[in-house]
Design a protein around this ligand. Structure first.
Ligand SMILES: Cc1cc2nc3c(=O)[nH]c(=O)nc-3n(C[C@H](O)[C@H](O)[C@H](O)COP(=O)(O)OP(=O)(O)OC[C@H]3O[C@@H](n4cnc5c(N)ncnc54)[C@H](O)[C@@H]3O)c2cc1C
Length: 588
């Protein structure tokens, strides 16, 4: 097959907040940069982020980055790497002011400062009173950020490949990543993009669960590309279930609803979070609130005819607050539920939301794989990762609300900074070996013919149901073992999946088949890692191992696709300049 080639200094795969922040820094520094996105950039999933971005600006109540760091380490259930967390929390105010200068229209206090709302797991003075650290543009913060970053990229002459789908990474014989094979979705034409440095910023993989808050395109493509390139995925067993999805539909109602003063009630009208988290109540960390909702429903205190959800109460906030601070939430409730939060209770239930694990990186955004000798690590030359697809790891076993938008811009920028250095130190493009290209082409060629088995959609739905059933909020050895069998069986059946369409042009069914392969790889990484971790920590709740086990499990999981092998590496408990926060029992 003869394939067109384009050469750039830097290739960024993904145009969400992480990819666009990186692309902007690269382009502004004069690095010839291509950004590839399978959807138009401003349709990337970041656009859906509602509540806000964390930074200790102290605009509402006293705050500082060290308290933010403490909350993040505690929120991570002590699995987060404290050097990366210190770096992120310290640089957060500068990053938010940068966004303000790029044009993000943050909401304002009466004095004209950036408005900040309280979010779950935030405290003043290392576990004291509730903090208010989440900088918000009403309940459309991600929308505001993504559009501002896109406009700045256009001004900086970033080259966009809109609606191009990345198939796989290209590597030379020394293991350097030299770019990627992509296809133009409209024409089906493949294209090789060669680059001296490549960044994966492809976002999350929430589509592996049946009920989720994620966009249809969040299929873990970059993570699966890394797996196929022989790179492990880290901590995939930690998947966050957000407490307030609209019951049965998954659509998210931001934690900002509770930040503004909303609260949860059961069928008796009881404010039940007071029993589970006497201090933080409804603003306890997400894993804690989600488990509390499950328990209420399981013990017969759920609402509705089937007792299968609880209620979010906002009406006491009054029409003014709801219209000013939560206008998008009101729209969502009225459109999808025909309920108005100004007067009505809103039915909610936990829903799959965010992947804490991902492609392992260091603080510089460099991808860190397993080394040749057992127990060692090695940087993959020319490859970087940032955003939800990466695991740096600042979220550990549980992410705090407002810390993802921060993570994506902090580490998108940091990765770009290091890519600039790398490109300057390595001015020539490396040769692209035909062998690497042939392998990747093989994957694409496979989908030029259809199989005779189930449709892509049916098999994707089976996978999502299997993950929800066997790898949900509560887990045990037997259920997870069944989950591994089910996912393995689905992986086999993908080979014979039936495509709707045989033509090359705008063949979305071929794209969906490629996505299904990616999702299945990620699902296998998730359920295998969850099966092995015999403790409960953060979002990983094992009913057969209900306690956290620091003696044996203060370590990161690494999952390798080849042979479905697992390895482990220690948590980096040493921060950069301050003292380490030692593990303690986590109460809110
Ligand atoms: C409903 C909702 C609300 C949220 N609210 C908040 C919040 O208030 N605060 C907060 O901190 N976090 C929030 N989050 C989490 C946060 O929004 C995400 O973690 C974050 O936006 C992810 O950004 P990203 O740049 O990593 O990826 P994304 O924004 O998902 O972008 C991924 C990009 O990769 C591209 N891509 C993927 N695969 C391919 C491929 N194969 N080829 C080419 N391109 C590809 C896509 O086209 C897209 O451009 C929320 C999440 C959800 C679901």
């Amino acid at each position: 097959m003869s394939i067109n080639r384009r050469k750039f200094d830097a290739l960024v795969i993904g145009a969400g907040g992480g990819g666009l922040r990186a692309g902007l820094h690269l382009a502004r520094e004069g690095v010839h940069t291509a950004v590839v996105s399978k959807v138009f950039p401003t349709r990337s999933h970041t656009v859906a982020a509602q509540g806000g971005i964390n930074a200790a600006l102290a605009n509402m109540v006293p705050d500082n980055w060290h308290w933010h760091m403490f909350d993040t380490v505690k929120g991570s259930d002590y699995l987060g790497d404290q050097d990366a967390i210190e770096y992120m929390c310290k640089v957060a105010p500068k990053i938010v002011y940068e966004l303000e200068h790029f044009g993000v229209p943050f909401s304002r206090t009466e004095k004209g400062k950036i408005y900040q709302r309280p979010f779950g797991g935030q405290s003043q003075n290392f576990g004291g009173d509730q903090a208010a650290r989440t900088c918000a543009a009403a309940d459309r913060t991600g929308h505001a950020m993504l559009h501002s970053l896109y406009q700045q990229n256009i001004a900086a002459n970033t080259h966009f490949f809109d609606e191009y789908f990345a198939i796989d990474l290209l590597r030379d014989d020394d293991g350097h990543v030299t770019g990627a094979l992509v296809i133009e979705i409209e024409t089906g034409e493949p294209l090789v993009i060669e680059a001296k440095a490549t960044l994966l910023a492809t976002g999350g993989c929430g589509q592996m669960y049946k009920t989720n808050t994620n966009a249809h395109v969040n299929t873990g493509d970059g993570m699966a590309m890394a797996l196929r390139a022989g790179i492990p995925l880290q901590d995939m067993e930690f998947f966050q279930f957000h407490p307030t999805g609209i019951a049965g539909r998954g659509l998210l109602l931001t934690e900002g609803c509770r930040g503004e003063g909303g609260y949860l009630v059961n069928k008796d009208g009881e404010r039940f979070m007071e029993r589970y988290a006497p201090n933080a109540k409804d603003l306890a960390s997400r894993d804690v609130v989600s488990r509390a909702i499950y328990t209420e429903v399981k013990e017969g205190r759920g609402c509705g005819p089937d007792g299968d959800h609880v209620h979010l109460k906002l009406s006491h906030l009054g029409a003014d607050v709801i219209m000013k601070r939560l206008p998008g939430i009101r729209d969502t409730c009225m459109t999808f539920l025909h309920k108005d939060p100004i007067t009505d209770l809103i039915p909610i239930y936990p829903t799959a939301h965010y992947v804490m694990g991902g492609i392992p990186t260091n603080r510089a955004g460099e991808v860190v794989s397993v080394g040749k000798r057992k127990g060692t690590e090695a940087v993959v030359p020319g490859l970087y990762a940032a955003g939800e697809c990466a695991c740096v790891s600042v979220h550990g076993a549980n992410r705090l609300g407002g810390n993802s938008l921060l993570d994506i811009v902090v580490f998108g920028r940091a990765a770009a900074e290091n890519m600039i250095e790398y490109v300057r130190a390595n001015p020539a493009h490396r040769d692209l070996p035909e062998k690497s290209l042939e392998q990747v082409e093989g994957r694409l060629a496979r989908w030029e013919q259809t199989g005779e088995g189930p449709s892509v959609l049916d098999l994707r739905n089976e996978l999502k149901t299997a993950m929800e059933t066997y790898c949900g909020v509560y887990r045990d050895q037997e259920t997870l073992a069944t989950g591994i069998e089910k996912v393995a069986e689905i992986v086999e059946r993908i080979k014979d999946v039936r495509l709707k369409d045989q033509s090359k042009v705008y063949n979305t069914s071929r794209i969906e088949a490629l996505e299904l392969e990616n999702l299945a790889d990620i699902a296998m990484a998730t359920v295998t890692s969850a099966h092995a971790r015999q403790e409960s920590r953060g979002a990983h709740s094992r009913v057969d191992f209900p306690e956290r086990d620091d003696a044996n499990w203060m370590q990161h999981t690494l999952y390798l696709r080849e042979g479905r092998k697992l390895a482990y590496k220690p948590v980096r408990t040493q921060p950069l300049t301050v003292e380490s926060f030692p593990p303690k029992k986590r109460t809110y």
